[in-house]
Design a protein around this ligand. Structure first.
Ligand SMILES: Nc1ncnc2c1ncn2[C@@H]1O[C@H](COP(=O)(O)OP(=O)(O)O)[C@@H](O)[C@H]1O
Ligand SMILES: [Mg+2]
Length: 461
């Protein structure tokens, strides 16, 4: 007679929603301590038990994290009567032939390890630790023969913060309603047709988990405000490691320009010098920013041309010549001549033949070499964002520069070089902005200037 094995697990109400979901792609989380890792392990176990001979893959960014979280949780929670863990393979093989594979993936360089695998149940714990490319790649491994009679699915958890913060927020938080199933139409290159997938976000907070101690919550409550909001309340707009915490995009103040860096566009006076800054990219986006300097040296980013597919941090893969033709067309259309170009110094590199700068010159688009001293450039961004006593910064961004508004607040510090930005972030607009600002450095001391945003009369000059 078959022996009954009882799992010692009572999901919290939020975990129960996670287990009940039949979405194709699900993000569970928000805050720390919400029982995310536990829910991943238990869901993988349940799916594998219900469907013999299926394979769950559970990912973390690094092996030590995997060992201390998912593997530790599995060893604690899965009764040994159900199967056996192999410390050499990091696989938990169940007696019904199903396997929980514990894996790590440090980035795009690691994804090819998973080229040959067939994933039935994909779990990614702390999704914001991964770039979008890793997520997309791992999803391509999601398939099952019809004979298994299952519908493969993706289950992710995450706190705000980390290199993937921007894309996870765009994909799971900003674009969909929480809790409900949201339909998303995607093109499947494999099937050669458009497919509908369901995507769901279930927010969970530390306070949803009665199994964590009050001390843990108290500990979280003592953290600096931004970090606390991110970790305790699962606030995706404020998170650990954000570099430009002074960045303020306040639509209520667009018209006055006080205590906001973003303003409503106005017609740039003809007398103001115009600039164009450029960061080249092919598989990653390229970025072109247009700037104008007023008589006080304040900069206005008034237009941008960002080579992104619509998927964050994915480039549109067009040649330097084509980018230059498009730049020239945009400037022609706006009647702009005498725009001074400043670019990433590496586009002047000639070791592999004609440089990118030369190819662009052939189309009549010229650049001078920007200064790529990273920390000095970062300081220039901070200095220009500083509000004076009247709430006026030295740099404004027009609210039509939507990729600037999207990517700048998402830049986070690097773990390897804590002074600098994590270059895995979508940092192309930031880079191009640095080249511009390093061309016009300002000093720490700033004289007070009388300044109000005026109504400009385009016919005045
Ligand atoms: N339903 C549950 N029953 C018992 N313990 C739980 C449950 N959910 C979470 N826990 C415990 O609470 C703690 C925090 O959970 P964890 O999954 O690590 O949170 P997170 O990954 O969200 O930070 C862990 O010790 C975990 O074992
Ligand atoms: Mg966890």
């Amino acid at each position: 007679m078959a022996k009954t094995i009882t799992l010692d697990y009572t999901p919290t109400p939020k975990q129960a929603l996670f287990h009940k979901s039949n979405a194709d792609e699900l993000l569970y989380g928000g805050a720390a301590g919400g029982g995310k890792s536990k829910a991943c392990v238990m869901e993988a176990l349940i799916l594998c038990l219900e469907h013999p001979k299926t394979h769950a893959y559970l990912f973390r960014r690094s092996y030590p994290e995997l060992r201390d979280t998912l593997i530790a949780e599995a060893l604690r929670s899965i009764p040994s009567a159900l199967g056996k863990f192999s410390g050499a393979k990091y696989d938990f093989t169940l007696k019904n032939g199903s396997v929980l594979h514990f894996r790590y993936c440090g980035g795009m360089t690691d994804v090819t390890r998973y080229q040959g695998v067939e994933i039935h149940w994909l779990f990614i714990d702390e999704l914001t630790h991964f770039e979008k490319g890793v997520y997309d790649y791992l999803k391509t491994r999601l398939r099952a023969p019809n004979t298994l009679g299952i519908k493969p699915r993706v289950r992710c958890t995450s706190n705000p913060g980390g290199v993937g913060h921007g894309w996870v927020k765009a994909y799971f938080i900003d674009s969909i309603e929480p809790f409900v199933l949201n339909k998303r139409t995607v093109f499947s290159p494999l099937l050669g047709r458009v497919d509908t997938k369901t995507v769901q976000y279930i927010p969970a907070y530390a306070t949803d988990n009665p199994h964590i101690s009050d001390d843990y919550i108290f500990e979280l409550e003592q953290k600096p405000e931004k970090l606390r909001k991110a970790l305790l309340l699962g606030n995706w707009d404020a998170f650990e490691g954000q570099v430009f915490t002074e960045w303020t995009d306040d639509p209520q103040k667009y018209s006055t320009g006080k205590y906001t860096h973003v303003i409503t566009p106005f017609d740039i006076p003809k007398s103001w010098q115009r600039y164009r800054s450029f960061d080249f990219g092919f598989s990653k986006p390229f970025s072109v920013g247009w700037w104008a300097a007023d008589n006080d040296g304040r900069l206005y980013r008034y237009r941008e041309y960002y080579g992104c597919t619509g998927t964050p941090n994915e480039g549109i893969k067009i040649s330097p010549r084509e980018i230059a033709q498009n730049i020239a067309a945009i400037e022609r259309q706006h009647g702009e001549s005498n725009v001074i170009g400043i670019a990433d110094p590496s586009i002047f590199e000639e070791s592999r033949g004609e440089s990118i700068a030369m190819q662009m010159e052939a189309e009549g688009v010229y650049f001078t070499k920007g200064d790529n001293t990273r920390l000095a450039g970062k300081m220039q961004v901070h200095l220009r964002l500083r509000f004076d006593e009247d709430g006026i910064p030295m740099m404004y961004v027009f609210n039509n520069c939507k990729h600037f508004l999207r990517t700048m607040p998402n830049l986070v510090y690097s773990a390897k070089n804590p002074e600098d930005i994590n270059t895995d972030c979508e940092d192309h607009i930031y880079d191009e902005t640095r080249y511009m600002l390093m061309d016009h450095p300002i000093s720490r001391e700033r004289k007070k200037v009388d300044y109000v945003i005026k109504e400009y009369d385009p016919l005045a000059d």
